[in-house]
Ligand binder design. Structure first.
Ligand code: C2E
Ligand code: CA
Ligand code: CA
Length: 574
C-alpha cells in the first residue's frame, strides 16, 4: 500500500512539475521575439509559436507549406534555407543559416534541430527564427569603418593599399600600367595653426569630397590621414590619365573651398606621381615613391606636380642615410671646422676667415656641407650643430688671438632655422662673453632665406645684433631675389657676391654690368663687398679694378684646418 501511495505521490509531483514546466515554456515562447516551428514526424503535426508574424505574413499548417517559408526569402538564399529546413534528409541533428527576407530589410537566422528514433527515423523537428537585422547592420558598419574614412567617405589607407595590391597583381598579368598620385595640401600646418583644427578638418573633408567626384571606373581615391590623399589609376587612358586628373584638381582649386560657415579658403596642392612597373613593384613601394616625389614638388615651390624619376629617389635615399648618420655625428665628435681666408683687395691684408664645417662620418667618408646642411635644416639638427659651430669658431678665434695677437674677423654661417630661434641672440652673446671676444670681430653670414618667413621678427634680431656690435653679412648675393632696392632697408655690413657671378664675370658682358652696379650701389649704402669663389688671376685683377673690397677663393686660399691656419697666421706675424 505504501508502495502504491509512494508511486502515486511521485507521479503527481512529476505531473505538477510537467504542468509548471509547460506553463513556463509557453510563457517563454509567447514573449519571445523569436518564432518557432514544431513538427512531429510521428503524428504529422505542425505547430507555430512565438512571434511568428514578426517574420512571416502567412501561417503554416502542414508539412507541404514549408515551401512558403523558403519562398519568403531572397532568391539567392533559398537553396541554402531548403537544406536546413529539410535537415532530416541529410540525417543531421543541427544546422543553421542566415537569410534575408524578400522585399523586407530583415535578416533572419534559421536554426533547425531534428531528433531521431532508435530506428533512425526522425521523430521531431524544431525550427527557430531569430531577427539578426541589427547585428548585420553593425557588421556592415564595421565593414564600412574597415574600408572607408569616416571624415571624407573616401577609401581609407588600408583598403586603398589592398585594392592597389590587387590591381598590381592584375596589371602584372595584363602588362598594364597603374599610376599612383600622392596629393598633399600645401601649408596645411599653417591653416591648422592659424584657423584651428575644426577648420582644418572641414577643409580636409570638403576637398576630400571633391576628390571623391573624380572617382570613375578604374580610378580609386583615398584619404590617408590629415591632408594626405592618394589616387590610383588602373591603365591610365583618356580622362583617366594623370594629366587629366591633375588638371581637374587645379581647375577646381582656382577658386577657394567653401566651408559650412561660408568661409572661403584658397588652397594649393603638391602632387607626386609614380607608376607601376617603372617606379616600383609593390603597392607600398609605389605609394612611397609617389610620396617621395611629392616632397620634391614641395621643395620646388609647391602647387605643382612632380613625376617619378630615379635620381629623385636616389637623392632621397642618400638623404635618409645622411639623416641617420647625422644623429650620432655631433655626439661622436665627427665635425671639425675649416677656415678660408678673406683678403683685402687693395692692401692684400688678411681681413678675416670664414668658418666652414667639415664632416667625416662613421665610415670615414667626407660628406659635403652642401649635402648635409639642408638635411640638418629639415630635421632641426642644424640647431645643435650650428651652436657647436659658433662655439668652436669663437673658441679657436680666442685661442689664435692669444697666440698671435693679430686682428681678424671670424665669419660664421648661420642657418635661417638657427636664426629664427628665440634664444639665438642670447646664446650668441653668452658664448662671446665666455671667450672674451669683441662682437665686432664676429661676422654672421646669413642668406636671403631668413627673410622668407617673419620679416619683422628677423629685422628685430638683426638690429639687436648690430646694436650689440656684431657684423652681419648677406651671403650668396645674386642667387635669391637679389633685388638691389631691397638692400637699402637691410641692417647689414657686408655683401658677399656669389661665386656664380664671379665664374662668368670675365666672359659675360651683362654679368659684368650687374656686378659693377652692385659694387657701386653697395658702396653708396656703406656696405663692404666680398667676392666669393675667386679662382683665377684675371678674376682677381678685374675685381680689384672695379673696387670690390675683399676677395675669398681658391686662388688666395682654400679652406684649411686650424693647424694650417695657425701656420698662416704665424707667417703674417713675423
Ligand atoms: P658658402 O657659405 O657659400 O661657403 C662657400 C663655399 O664655397 C664653401 O664650400 C667653400 O669651400 C667654397 N669655395 C670657396 N672658394 C671657392 C673657390 O674658389 N672655388 C670653389 N669651387 N669653391 C670655393 P663648402 O665648405 O662646401 O660649403 C658649402 C656651403 O655649406 C656653404 O656655402 C654654406 O652655405 C654651408 N655651410 C658650410 N659650413 C656651414 C656652417 O657651419 N653652418 C651653416 N649653416 N652652413 C654652412
Ligand atoms: Ca658663407
Ligand atoms: Ca656664399
Amino acid at each position: 500500500m505504501d508502495e502504491i501511495q509512494y508511486q502515486f505521490d511521485l507521479l503527481k509531483a512529476k505531473n505538477q512539475k510537467l504542468e509548471s514546466d509547460a506553463k513556463m515554456y509557453q510563457a517563454l515562447v509567447a514573449t519571445s521575439t523569436n518564432a518557432f516551428l514544431y513538427y512531429s514526424f510521428e503524428h504529422d503535426k505542425l505547430e507555430t509559436m512565438g512571434s511568428w508574424h514578426h517574420f512571416f505574413d502567412f501561417d503554416v499548417h502542414d508539412r507541404k507549406e514549408f515551401e512558403l517559408i523558403s519562398d519568403a526569402v531572397c532568391e539567392q538564399y533559398r537553396g541554402e534555407l531548403r537544406d536546413v529546413l529539410y535537415l532530416e534528409k541529410q540525417q543531421e541533428e543541427y544546422a543553421s543559416c542566415d537569410v534575408a527576407l524578400d522585399g523586407r530589410k530583415m535578416w533572419v537566422e534559421c536554426e533547425v534541430t531534428v531528433s531521431y528514433l532508435e530506428s533512425g527515423k526522425p521523430s521531431d523537428k524544431i525550427i527557430r527564427f531569430r531577427d539578426i537585422t541589427k547585428f548585420k547592420q553593425q557588421n556592415d558598419e564595421l565593414a564600412y569603418l574597415a574600408y572607408y574614412d569616416s571624415l571624407t567617405g573616401l577609401y581609407n589607407r588600408n583598403y586603398f593599399v589592398q585594392v592597389l595590391s590587387e590591381w598590381l597583381q592584375r596589371a602584372k598579368e595584363d602588362h598594364s600600367v597603374v599610376a599612383v598620385m600622392f596629393v598633399d595640401i600645401d601649408d596645411f600646418r599653417k591653416i591648422n595653426d592659424g584657423m584651428g583644427l575644426i577648420v582644418g578638418d572641414e577643409l580636409v573633408q570638403v576637398f576630400g569630397q571633391f576628390l571623391g567626384e573624380l572617382r570613375q571606373d578604374k580610378v580609386i581615391i583615398s584619404h590617408f590621414n590629415s591632408d594626405i590623399y592618394c589616387i590610383a589609376i588602373y591603365d591610365p587612358y583618356g580622362s583617366r590619365t594623370v594629366e587629366a586628373i591633375d588638371k581637374k584638381i587645379r581647375t577646381r582649386l582656382e577658386s577657394p573651398l567653401r566651408l559650412t560657415n561660408k568661409m572661403d579658403i584658397p588652397i594649393t596642392v603638391s602632387i607626386g606621381v609614380a607608376e607601376y612597373p617603372e617606379a616600383a613593384k609593390t603597392a607600398l613601394e609605389l605609394i612611397n615613391c609617389a610620396e617621395i616625389v611629392m616632397f620634391k614638388a614641395k621643395s620646388k615651390g609647391k602647387n605643382t606636380i612632380q613625376y617619378f624619376d630615379a635620381p629623385i629617389l636616389n637623392e632621397f635615399l642618400k638623404n635618409i642615410e645622411i639623416e641617420n648618420n647625422l644623429k650620432e655625428a655631433l655626439f661622436e665628435q665627427q665635425f671639425t671646422l675649416n677656415y678660408q681666408p678673406q683678403y683685402d683687395t687693395k692692401t692684400g691684408k688678411l681681413r678675416g676667415v670664414e668658418a666652414l664645417i667639415r664632416w667625416k662620418n662613421r665610415d670615414g667618408n667626407m660628406v659635403s656641407p652642401g649635402e648635409f646642411i639642408p638635411v640638418a635644416e629639415r630635421n632641426g639638427s642644424i640647431v645643435p650643430i650650428g651652436k657647436w659651430v659658433i662655439e668652436e669658431a669663437i673658441r679657436s678665434l680666442s685661442t689664435m688671438r692669444r697666440k698671435f695677437q693679430i686682428d681678424f674677423i671670424m665669419s660664421i654661417n648661420i642657418s635661417a632655422i638657427q636664426y629664427k630661434r628665440a634664444e639665438f641672440v642670447e646664446d650668441l652673446i653668452a658664448i662671446i662673453n665666455r671667450y672674451n671676444i669683441d662682437p665686432a670681430d664676429v661676422e654672421l653670414e646669413i642668406t636671403e632665406s631668413v627673410f622668407i618667413d617673419d620679416f619683422k621678427d628677423i629685422m628685430g634680431k638683426m638690429y639687436a645684433l648690430r646694436d650689440y656690435g656684431f657684423k652681419v653679412s648677406l651671403d650668396d648675393f645674386g642667387t635669391g631675389f637679389s633685388s638691389l632696392s631691397y638692400l637699402k632697408g637691410l641692417p647689414i655690413d657686408t655683401l658677399k657676391i656669389d661665386k656664380s657671378f664671379i665664374d662668368t664675370v670675365i666672359y659675360d658682358e651683362s654679368t659684368r654690368i650687374i656686378t659693377e652696379s652692385i659694387i657701386q650701389m653697395v658702396k653708396k649704402l656703406g656696405f663692404e663687398t666680398i667676392a666669393e669663389g675667386v679662382e683665377k688671376p684675371e678674376q682677381f685683377e678685374y675685381l680689384k679694378k672695379i673696387e670690390c673690397d675683399n676677395i675669398q677663393g681658391f686662388l688666395l686660399g682654400k679652406p684649411m684646418n686650424q693647424q694650417a691656419l695657425e701656420e698662416l697666421l704665424s707667417k703674417l706675424v713675423r
